[in-house]
Design a binder for this molecule. Structure first.
Ligand code: TYD
Length: 143
């Protein structure tokens, strides 16, 4: 499916395995086994000041799995027609974000760590950073 056809409803929560033990838990993530793409890059957001928001962009090709490794935050997805907000608060729950979604991440709890597993290397050309440009991009793809 090309990115124009994805909607916010295709972006689902993936429940990662949890190996539970008296001494704590382990969550393994394996390419193509627990997540539907091959991880080429990992990054994480931390030390977010209270009230800050991140994101405010879309990607043309990139797929991501976003995990609240510690603490919690909200992600709002917008496919140009529909919006959906997801609260992430557990390290075994990942939001699978498909290409062509405008996203905002906000409401970070104190000490939150947002882990992102990404299907591509960093490429500024893959970003759409203006909302009006995003809407034009979506409209052009649908036609
Ligand atoms: P950006 O993806 O816009 O972050 P956010 O959406 O969380 O605000 O990235 C912020 C800056 O960091 C931008 O200048 C690009 C740089 N950056 C990298 O150099 N490599 C990376 O893998 C990422 C994710 C960002």
């Amino acid at each position: 499916m090309t990115s124009n056809l994805y909607t916010v409803f295709d972006c689902s929560i993936i429940y990662l395995p949890r190996i539970q033990n008296r001494a704590g838990n382990i969550t393994p993530v394996t390419n193509l086994e627990n997540i539907p793409f091959i991880i080429k890059r990992i990054y994480y957001l931390y030390d977010m000041p209270g009230g800050e928001s991140r994101g405010a962009h879309a990607h043309k090709k990139l797929e991501q799995l976003v995990i609240a490794l510690s603490g919690s935050f909200d992600i709002t997805l917008d496919d140009g027609r529909n919006k959906k907000s997801i609260h992430l608060a557990r390290p075994y729950m990942g939001l699978h974000m498909l290409p062509g979604m405008w996203r905002d991440i906000n409401n970070f709890s104190s000490g939150a760590i947002c882990l992102v597993l990404a299907s591509e290397l960093y490429d500024e050309k893959d970003y759409i950073r203006e909302y009006s440009e995003f809407m034009e991009y979506k409209k052009a793809l649908i036609q």
